[in-house]
Write a protein that binds this ligand. Structure first.
Ligand code: ZN
Ligand code: ZN
Length: 376
């Protein structure tokens, strides 16, 4: 399409506007008239295309120079040609702008010369255990799919869209203006190149219909919180173009027993001073048990005599698998030695005897004094 309005006027900027001002102005207009925000609104689409064409010319110093000197005539023909054949071209050309406008580089739409369906984003929450083992999650999304009656053609059953007589299917018509030939969007088919004589009663010619879809999504073992799965072609359908993608953003819930560090897990195990000094068989929580007993699984490990506070015991391969399948992380148990805050009389007596045997000084009897007195 090619417009005749003044490009500066379309963008609402002064002729001296610099690159940043142009970009800002275009962004604002593109947001306002973006087809995703104005579905089916032809007027918005026209404004969107107009603004895109104006920005395409004015953001290119060479084209802008020619436009400033010769107006629209300076751009027609050859490399100076302005305008886009369809929306896909616009998204492709300004992917940097649409990328940050709709989150995610190159997502919006793209592909040269063909419109692509919109992308859909959805969220799925996994427990840490599910992240470790992988999971199949059912998700429900609402999306536009090819119309079930006309299979996306937009034409009533038994009929086909016909090639537009006006433009011969090119979507553009040429007007002679002096010695110049100017291309404009075909008014009959609105640039589609095809016309529908009898529209499909289900979708009224749109070729798509809204549908609630339930999908089973296989989430690989080892996914991280915030990672995104891309399901190519599971986004919204576009008549005559490729469907968009479905992005599944994964949230992994925290597990109070573990701290995750990439593929490794860390946990804290409290033991008593005698256990630390003498050694013991202790129980460590683990995330994934062999027998798939799920949450609450444990494993016993042998703790040597003389274990110090802060010592760690590494359980090889008890972490999370790498998402690429190349190995598994470890589980690191951090040993915490708990000092009792309260001692029974007998316990205290033994502890004092222990200290005395080792020649160690301790506070004279005090803490247990009143307590023992009461007991007597
Ligand atoms: Zn239909
Ligand atoms: Zn036409």
């Amino acid at each position: 399409m090619t417009v005749e309005r003044d490009y500066y006027e379309i963008l609402g900027v002064v002729r001296e506007a610099d690159a940043a001002e142009l970009k800002r102005a275009y962004r604002r207009l593109a947001m306002e008239h973006h087809p995703d925000r104005n579905p089916g609104d032809k007027d918005a689409e026209t404004r969107f295309k107009e603004a895109s064409e104006a920005y395409q010319v004015l953001s290119d110093p060479e084209k802008r120079g020619r436009y400033d000197r010769f107006g629209h005539a300076g751009l027609s023909g050859g490399a100076g040609q302005a305008g886009f054949s369809d929306l896909g071209d616009i998204f492709g050309a300004f992917s940097d702008i649409f990328g940050d406008m709709f989150g995610g580089g190159g997502r919006g739409s793209g592909g040269r010369g063909q419109a692509r369906g919109a992308d859909i984003e959805t969220r799925v929450t996994l427990s840490l255990l599910e992240a470790a083992t992988g999971a199949t999650k059912e998700i429900t999304i609402q999306r536009r799919v090819a119309c079930s009656t006309c299979h996306g053609s937009g034409a009533a059953p038994g009929t086909q869209p016909e090639t537009c007589q006006q433009c011969g299917g090119r979507g553009q018509v040429l007007h002679a203006q002096g010695f110049l030939r100017i291309a404009t969007t075909c008014p009959v088919c609105r640039g589609q190149g095809k016309v529908i004589r009898r529209v499909c009663p289900t979708c009224e010619g749109a070729g798509v219909e809204r549908q609630l879809d339930t999908l089973q999504v296989n989430i690989p073992a080892g996914v991280e919180d915030g990672s995104t799965l891309r399901l190519v072609g599971r986004g919204e359908a576009a008549p005559g173009g490729r469907p968009g993608n479905l992005y599944v953003v994964i949230a992994v819930e925290a597990d109070p027993r573990f701290e995750r560090d990439g593929v490794d897990l860390h946990t804290e195990v409290a033991i008593s001073f005698p256990q630390a000094a003498l050694g013991d068989r202790i129980t460590v929580p683990i995330l994934v048990a062999k027998s798939a007993e799920g949450a609450g699984a444990t494993e016993d490990i042998e703790l040597p005599a003389g274990t110090q506070p802060g010592d760690t015991v590494t359980l090889k391969g008890k972490g999370l698998p790498r998402v690429d399948g190349r190995g598994t992380g470890d589980l690191v148990a951090h040993i915490k030695v708990v000092v009792p805050t309260h001692l029974g009389a007998e316990e205290e007596a033994h502890l004092r005897a222990y200290a005395a045997a080792g020649g160690q000084r301790v506070n004279p009897e005090k803490a247990g004094f009143f307590k023992r007195k009461k007991k007597k």
